[in-house]
Design a protein around this ligand. Sequence first.
Ligand SMILES: *[C@@H]1O[C@H](CO)[C@@H](O)[C@H](O)[C@H]1NC(C)=O
Ligand SMILES: *[C@@H]1O[C@H](CO)[C@@H](O)[C@H](O)[C@H]1NC(C)=O
Ligand SMILES: *[C@@H]1O[C@H](CO)[C@@H](O)[C@H](O)[C@H]1NC(C)=O
Ligand SMILES: *[C@@H]1O[C@H](CO)[C@@H](O)[C@H](O)[C@H]1NC(C)=O
Ligand SMILES: *[C@@H]1O[C@H](CO)[C@@H](O)[C@H](O)[C@H]1NC(C)=O
Length: 386
Amino acid sequence: MAGALGMWQTLGLVLVWQASAAHSGDIIKKVVHTPWWPAGSEKTAESVGIISHGLVYMTAMMEVNETLQKTALQETWDVRDIALAAGANLSDLVDCFVNAPRGHADAVKAALMSAFPAEVQASPPAFTVVEMPGEYQFVYNSIMCVANIPDGGSKRRTVRKNGLYGVSARGLTFYEGAEAPGTISGAYEETRNIVNRMLRSSVLVDCTAYLASIQDAQAVRKAIVEVTGMKGFIQPSLTIVQATGLANRSLRLRCTAAEDDSRLRSVDTTDGKVVLTDSFAFASAQLDRNSTGVNALESLGKLFKYANVTLNDAISCSFFVKDQQKMLDLFGGFYEIFNKENPPPPTRGEYEAITECAECQVAAKCIAARPMEMEVHSEALRAVLV
Ligand SMILES: *[C@@H]1O[C@H](CO)[C@@H](O)[C@H](O)[C@H]1NC(C)=O
Ligand SMILES: *[C@@H]1O[C@H](CO)[C@@H](O)[C@H](O)[C@H]1NC(C)=O
Ligand SMILES: *[C@@H]1O[C@H](CO)[C@@H](O)[C@H](O)[C@H]1NC(C)=O
Ligand SMILES: *[C@@H]1O[C@H](CO)[C@@H](O)[C@H](O)[C@H]1NC(C)=O
Ligand SMILES: *[C@@H]1O[C@H](CO)[C@@H](O)[C@H](O)[C@H]1NC(C)=O
């Protein structure tokens, strides 16, 4: 790097380099800190927030207060603190995922929404609430968000199309967990309906399906493969888990899409699938029979290798564990793999859910940051040389 910079300097390019390096869009992975999660916290725990390619990924926040409303308010303050640390604020949120106790999704959603400032309510992030237990039994819910960092003129934009709601920023569209309209028609038909509507405006790169019954997993896979295949699009990375309550629907499907498919790549291996956008690598969940999740994380590392990224590049992970009582085992495995072997660790969310593998204890899915597009730099270099 020093050598390259020296060369650029002699070419008179150093100013361009420095000016653009000030923008968050040029940061690949940078841990942020809050007053309550100071520098160094990430040495023993997860990162509270990570700036990557103009977005800030946040860890799942949870609070325990006297009432749901106070809990929600405190949680939005936590999210705000992380956003502020990254140069964003609550108005810049593009996506949030919330878990809630069975039968309480609507109440939790209402509490969090009303805790947001009015301007956030007027243009909310994609906001998916799924009923499933979280990290601890005594904690009601948690909230995990992503925000756009509004520097360098980057804008966030809401998308309302085909009965879907999403928020776009930095070339990605974060769709709110979607359901099929009308009466229950089964997982296969409902998945086809949702994916068809999403594919009308973008290409899906990463999806998580929350099912009423995990028995429907194969039907969901089949529907996604068929509908994306029919359009000639790549298939998204896919994680399938069972939720505890879905209010009369077969599934809720939460996806990230890319606006332009021209540079998308899907790396399909016997170990799983990674979908690549310019900025990120989205891996399908890896399963583990061991409650530490170490094997799942190691196979994620292997999968990432095909995409030329490593576990050091992980920015956000979600863990679905079969037995909440064994959450501490997972934290041990996370510490081993990330804090000790591949620091700094990603942000994370943990949930209790059954996965496609009945004997498995953990399903782990992570997003990794890709390095900067080298062509862009060589273009710049060429421009100067000419
Ligand atoms: C939530 O509880 C914490 C700890 O008791 C307290 O500091 C905080 O002010 C409470 N938040 C709200 C919104 O009441
Ligand atoms: C967030 O920052 C924008 C300017 O970037 C400002 O207009 C807006 O009021 C802020 N919102 C909140 C909730 O602080
Ligand atoms: C689910 O279906 C039952 C029976 O048809 C109905 O009473 C109930 O209101 C429905 N719940 C929701 C959330 O739509
Ligand atoms: C799970 O992994 C841990 C750490 O690698 C190991 O000590 C333990 O024996 C494993 N448990 C099972 C059931 O394989
Ligand atoms: C990874 O790097 C190798 C060697 O440079 C290259 O051939 C391959 O296409 C790269 N793979 C991806 C997915 O970028």
